[in-house]
Design a protein around this ligand. Sequence first.
Ligand code: NAD
Ligand code: TYD
Length: 336
Amino acid sequence: MKTILVTGGAGFIGSHFVRHILKSYEDYRVVNLDKLTYAGNPENLRDVEGDPRYAFVQGDICNSELVNHLAQRTDMVVNFAAESHVDRSIMGAEAFMHSNALGVYTLLDAARRHGVERFLQVSTDEVYGSLEEGEAPWTEEVCLDPRNPYSVAKASGDMMARAFAVTYGLPVVVTRASNNIGSFQYPEKRVPLFITNAIDDLPLPVYGQGGAVRDHLYVTDHCEAIDLVLHRGAAGEVYNVGGENEANGVEVTRKILNLLEKPEDLIQYVKDRLGHDMRYSLDSSKVKALGWTPKHDFENALRLTVEWYAANEAWWRKIKKSSGYRMYYQKQYGGR
Ligand code: NAD
Ligand code: TYD
């Protein structure tokens, strides 16, 4: 048996990855270390709770004692744990520096001390900065140019991972993916927020003129790429994971409204995000050369996502009714 320490496994992408590993490898055990912040939700993994190959530990990746204890019995680490929402990082970035920078260091150090055979740091295209229309997609060679508190904290984690690979020869790999969509995504990110607002006939707050472009990746395609890089990626290397599904804010919003058969007058243009990155675009040839291809195009990915939120209202209504969510929503959108 091999043991993978998955951190942040109670969040959106991490929960899909835990499920993917348990389904794909009979001889793997998964230990899920998650602090259960506002974004961590044990309901995301109800279906695997009884699996004898799965264990949950509530705790912080910055807790060196706990992380060292777990690393003693760990073959591979996959780090999803992070503060993940740009708008929250603009309100205040302390938790982002804690989890996305110091947390990565704490995990890397424990992995080095205990001779972990693979460490995969899950990162984001946002560390590359912002592209203009017409500029070529980013390859892994371009310099990092993060521009908001979230992406700067993530870039710090990436740089520390690189330091451990170069300095200590720790077998680290890094993946940088574009915007994920799919089930179990906390409804603060654009796609699940707009789907759930539209179901309730509430306004969809589009920032600025809705011109910012994002690439979209279906969450299970992302998990397959992480699995591949974990097992076949070259130590010390970075792999971009994009869906080749670029769309701007207006296009994404219209598609969501069309799928739900809701009117376009739900669109409400609001004050733009501070320092809004205008375009992300990835060249994913390197991970494709390992044998990965995304199985979902944007239409398919978005349709499956809309269908899941329509069929699982209990999951998101509980979140949206909570006082924490309501306070955040008021703070973020109240004055816009
Ligand atoms: P998420 O916010 O849904 O989940 C994050 C999880 O990490 C939560 O379960 C939370 O409780 C946990 N966590 C946070 N801080 C922790 C800490 N200090 N110790 C232990 N657990 C902690 O995030 P997500 O969207 O699933 O993203 C997962 C990872 O993928 C992040 O590292 C993010 O930067 C990266 N990523 C996300 C996207 C995306 O589109 N969502 C794209 C590229 C990369
Ligand atoms: P988001 O889902 O927060 O992901 P990220 O900023 O990490 O790419 O935002 C995606 C895009 O949608 C981004 O251009 C900002 C925009 N956006 C809105 O227009 N309105 C919103 O309410 C949110 C949350 C995002």
